[in-house]
Design a protein around this ligand. Structure first.
Ligand SMILES: C[S@@+](CC[C@H](N)C(=O)[O-])C[C@H]1O[C@@H](n2cnc3c(N)ncnc32)[C@H](O)[C@@H]1O
Length: 283
């Protein structure tokens, strides 16, 4: 396993959180990230008003069909958890061009966070180029606590975790079964007893099965009806009750077919592919 781009992205030591400085809000951090991404590579809006539920917008890099980031409303949901729990260490499976990783790191760095680790195998789209953009974004936002690793879940989780335990874990890699379940069992050994585990895209095929396994392993889970449906779980009853108190639009996780969202996703992917082919045609 190796750093996502150059060794320069290795933090020299754990970084102290900023003190005496006003903490930036979720919205401020999102704006900075989107502005920086626009400057670095250009971004396109996807699912402007949400995919499964009202929310969004999501983003992808200009001229690419994927990967697609979590929605702005979903960043705010993660931000609400970070505000409430002040996690120390976060681990993210699936970094893409860095939107969620930099968001989590910037939120945590302005609070009491010490480390955010992302793991991505660069398998989606123009993987290497996308990883370089994620690294530029990390540098632009000054996220010293963030380290982006190139590697595959679950095999590379132990090396990326560097003997630390994580109290905030976000699973957003490949969404197919059984990969999401493998991701869950991969993160269990590095999770603190009171860790919060977050899944993105509950509406997609592999996530409900992973959440069921988590419930069998003692996690209580709640689904928040964000744009693409996020599930948050914990083995700690107090943590779980606090999570439930933070969100309004919630329900117990229960798999439902979402043909409308599936259609929206297909349209978003094919329209980008068609535009790319037209642009590539010699005139
Ligand atoms: C939906 S994107 C992640 C989006 C990102 N969380 C965000 O919102 O900015 C999924 C990413 O998972 C990565 N991926 C797929 N399978 C993986 C695996 N087994 N291990 C690590 N990363 C994986 C892909 O390369 C892709 O970049």
């Amino acid at each position: 396993m190796q750093p996502a781009t150059t060794p320069s992205n290795r933090p020299v030591s754990d970084t102290e959180p900023c003190s005496g400085v006003r903490k930036p809000s979720s919205r401020e951090i999102i704006r900075k990230i989107v502005d920086a991404l626009n400057d670095i590579a250009g971004v396109e809006t996807v699912f402007k008003n949400g995919a499964v539920h009202p929310g969004g917008p999501h983003y992808r890099l200009a001229g690419m069909s994927g990967p697609i980031s979590i929605g702005e409303d979903e960043c705010r949901a993660l931000g609400a958890l970070i505000d409430a729990f002040n996690p120390t260490n976060a681990f993210i499976i699936g970094n893409a061009f860095g939107l969620s990783g930099v968001f989590v790191a910037a939120m945590m760095q302005a609070r009491r966070g010490q480390r955010t680790v992302t793991l991505d195998n660069q398998s989606e789209g123009e993987g290497q180029r996308i990883a370089r953009i994620a690294e530029q974004l990390r540098e632009r936002l000054g996220c010293d606590i963030l380290i982006n690793w190139k590697g595959s879940s679950p095999v590379d989780i132990p090396a990326a975790a560097e003997n630390k335990l994580y109290d905030f874990i976000f699973i957003d890699g490949l969404h197919r079964h059984p990969q999401v379940t493998r991701d869950f069992f991969g993160i269990l050994p590095i999770a603190t007893p009171n860790a919060i585990v977050c899944w993105h895209d509950y509406w997609m095929t592999g996530i409900p099965k992973s959440v069921e396994e988590a419930q069998r392993a003692g996690f209580q889970c709640i689904k928040v009806n964000t744009s693409c449906e996020m599930v948050f779980g914990s083995r700690d009853e107090g943590v779980f009750n606090t999570i439930c108190s933070l969100f309004e639009n919630t329900e117990a996780p229960k798999r439902r077919l979402r043909p409308g969202a599936f259609l929206k996703l297909c349209c978003a992917l094919t329209s980008a592919a068609v535009r790319k082919r037209i642009a590539a045609k010699p005139r």
